[in-house]
Design a protein around this ligand. Structure first.
Ligand code: PEP
Ligand code: MG
Length: 310
């Protein structure tokens, strides 16, 4: 009965002993806003803006973008809304943002690199975000502190005040403290972080077996990032698929991650899983997982420390 009651609870996320963990939604377009609200999301941790740019010969106008960003803010009055700037290239090709021929598009001019190559597109998006009001803004595919500083400067020039970067590249995770010195928050994208940590194309079925978010090496990169964020006293979210697994969500909180963002359909189970464990249990599960040397062992070991998952 307790599990059932927890599963239908849509209040704020947190551990059994009251450590708050905001549970946010990943949203890929306006149609998903209702599902995020219905699932009890406390805000949006990743608003993917590519939908505005797909299947059209040119970028959307400032007005069209501003309307979309305002709709996201209106869906979560008082909640956090984190909008990611355009993440073009590699697995997200955009017809009107051509790059030179790239033998390895995932290692090419994608994400912030592609955005920076088209200042006119960036200018309009950052302007529309600023005009929409109190959004938080973050850049994808940041590899260095210089890139983080440059992006933060561009955002602040437009009047945006809460600026972050995604941690999706191992170099960014390893030097998270340097990036955090330049921005207000970080958000770990475990899908790409796994792709780059294991040198395994996320779109290639033949290497999909490498993409297990329980991989101890991935947990280490997350731990390094979360530790740097705690030292800097700045938020560190996770917005990749890893956050949607209730046991792994507990482990992420145990590693020091401060908020979790996921598909709305995953929120109820993650909320219930967290509410059934104390922060101390989450930390013990995280330590136990990192002490093992394979994904399967890490998962098994963590679950043994999380009895509330049944
Ligand atoms: C990620 O890479 O983990 C992420 C959240 O971004 P996307 O899946 O949109 O690349
Ligand atoms: Mg990504």
């Amino acid at each position: 009965a307790r599990q059932a009651a927890l599963a239908s609870w849509t209040g704020p996320g947190g551990t059994a002993d009251g450590h708050p963990v905001p549970l946010l939604a990943n949203v890929g377009g306006p149609a998903e806003l209702d599902a995020a609200v219905a699932a009890g999301a406390e805000g949006i941790g990743l608003y993917r803006t590519e939908f505005l740019y797909l299947d059209r010969p040119g970028p959307p106008s400032a007005e069209e973008q501003e309307r979309a960003y305002r709709a996201a803010l209106e869906a979560f009055p008082g909640g956090k809304v984190v909008v990611r700037t355009l993440d073009g290239g590699a697995d997200k090709p955009l017809a009107f943002l051509p790059a030179a021929a790239e033998p390895n598009p995932a290692l090419g001019e994608r994400g912030l690199r592609r955005f920076a190559r088209h200042p006119e597109v960036m200018d309009v998006q950052l302007g529309a975000l600023a005009a929409a009001g109190a959004v938080s803004v973050m850049a994808p595919m940041v590899a260095t502190a210089e890139e983080a500083a440059w992006f933060a400067g561009e955002c602040r020039d437009k009047g945006l005040t809460d600026v972050g970067v995604m941690i999706e590249v191992p170099s960014a995770a390893l030097r998270a403290a340097d990036l955090l010195a330049r921005v207000d928050f970080v958000s770990i994208g475990t899908n790409d972080l796994s792709q780059y940590a294991f040198a395994a194309d996320r779109q290639l079925g033949a290497v999909s077996g490498m993409h297990d978010p329980w991989q101890p090496a991935l947990l280490d990169l997350i731990a390094t990032t979360a530790y740097a964020a705690a030292r800097a006293d700045k938020p560190c979210g996770v917005c990749g698929e890893a956050a949607a697994d209730p046991a792994l969500a507990c482990v992420l909180v145990g590693l020091g991650v401060s908020s979790l963002s996921m598909a709305p359909s995953a929120l109820a189970a993650v909320r219930a899983g967290l509410a059934a464990h104390t922060l101390e249990q989450c930390e013990a599960a995280a330590d136990a997982a990192r002490a093992r040397s394979s994904a399967a062992e890490a998962r098994e070991e963590a679950r043994a420390h999380l009895p509330g998952l049944g």
